[in-house]
Design a protein around this ligand. Structure first.
Ligand code: KDG
Length: 338
């Protein structure tokens, strides 16, 4: 697997004996290590969120749980890391729901293009009953889902032409995440999509294997995609949630008190990273333009044409996702806008 010299999850006696004598805080007798790995780099709000989680857990457990953080796919791509959690060889990862759909197809409900009109609706649906219900189903995959974090609205970049309408997608080689619904949606828009792990994406754009990709502004800017991409459009075609995943076999081995600390810290760090993402989005877009990318605004009419083109794909996938889940999510989206 090529892990970068990590100390191994599980338990160990502390390496440094606690200062003896009459310490008021109790020294941990057993230290548990959690390795947390993500695909994005150490500049990204996702990584800052992990550092917040680390700070909260280490402080509140008085060092009984140590969090080791790995960015930039150092522990593997999102799918590999999720499998490692199932096997119990890694403890934490935070993948997009699009990747989780390879393990539980119902998570693809969040890959329905143009599902959420804005972040407030996303918050209401993900934090509501249907969002919680889907998280609880992760147990069948030996995974525990401790809430949703925010990747955010995905926007298109490419190095061929500015994209203003569906017609401009024609023939563009677009990298998508490894998710069938994403692939089919991009085909319906006229593009020539190819699935690929995030860890391979930069090189693929640099070498011209693909013309473009789609990710939130934070990723486009902080991963320096502007070095290999010329055009960005605010397609906002999918809102990508992340799920904070923990290996179930590891989580079950924590004390109830530790489980509570880890759970609360994952939610608190999620709110922290979500705020950071939202506060910086406009700045990231301005930075992309300053770096020389052209920005194309998608008009409501052009977006509606895209919505219409992908509608048959959603119909085709509804059974695979599960009609009840699709209906429940649509209902929750409607309720959130009342
Ligand atoms: O750590 C998660 C990231 O690797 C992933 O969410 C990036 O959205 C992403 C993509 O396009 O693969």
């Amino acid at each position: 697997l090529g892990l970068v010299g990590c100390g191994g999850g599980g338990t160990a006696t502390p390496e440094t004996p606690q200062t003896g004598g009459d310490t008021t805080t109790e020294a941990p007798t057993e230290v548990k290590t959690m390795r947390a790995g993500i695909g994005l780099n150490d500049q990204h709000p996702q990584y800052k969120g992990l550092l917040k989680f680390k700070e909260l857990v280490e402080e509140q457990t008085n060092g009984a749980i140590v969090i080791e953080t790995y960015h930039s796919g150092q522990l593997g791509d999102d799918r590999t890391m999720t499998e490692a959690l199932q096997l119990g060889t890694q403890e934490i990862t935070v993948p997009s729901t699009a990747v989780i759909a390879n393990f539980l197809p119902e998570f693809s409900v969040f890959d329905i293009p143009f599902l959420f009109p804005n972040e407030q609706v996303a918050d209401a649906v993900l934090g509501g009953d249907v969002g919680e219900e889907l998280l609880s189903r992760l147990a069948t995959q030996n995974l525990v889902g401790l809430g949703y974090w925010e990747n955010g609205f995905r926007d298109l970049t490419n190095s061929v032409r500015p994209v203003a309408t569906a017609a401009d997608f024609k023939g563009l080689k677009i990298r998508t995440m490894e998710n069938q619904l994403h692939l089919e949606a991009f085909r319906a828009l006229g593009a020539n999509p190819t699935p690929m792990a995030f860890t391979e994406l930069f090189a693929a754009m640099q070498q011209g294997t693909v013309d473009g990709q789609e990710n939130p502004y934070a990723t486009i800017y902080l991963q320096k995609f502007f070095e290999v991409q010329d055009h960005v459009s605010n397609t906002h075609h999918i809102y990508s949630p992340w799920v904070f995943l923990v290996s179930k076999s590891f989580f079950d081995g924590l004390t109830p008190e530790q489980q509570e600390i880890v759970t609360n810290a994952a939610y608190e760090a999620g709110a922290f990273q979500r705020n950071m993402n939202r506060e910086a989005a406009a700045e990231y877009l301005a930075n992309l333009q300053a770096e020389g990318m052209t920005f194309t605004e998608i008009t409501p009419e052009a977006r509606q044409e895209m919505v219409d083109l992908v509608q048959p794909v959603i119909e085709r996938f509804a059974d695979q996702i599960g009609r009840e889940v699709v209906d429940a999510v649509y209902q929750a989206v409607a309720d959130a806008q009342q």
